[in-house]
Write a protein that binds this ligand. Sequence first.
Ligand code: ZN
Length: 81
Amino acid sequence: MKRIYKEIKQEVEECYDEIQHYEAKLKGLREKCDHPETTRVNYMWAPGHINPDTEVCSICGEVTPRKNPYIVENMDPEKME
Ligand SMILES: [Zn+2]
């Protein structure tokens, strides 16, 4: 293999190591965040696959869980008539 390709291959491997390092760092930061502010964006979860109107934390960028519109929160069965 030509020397230039060995160098490219080496650098690509280093890039993958860095990606893993920063993915772990992001994960740690997002676990610390309570996602106090969210914005709605068109979120691309895979190339060409866009989820419109997705809630994303404005602080850490985590996709916040979509609330199920059919579930009423804090429902107390005793107060229902
Ligand atoms: Zn957050």
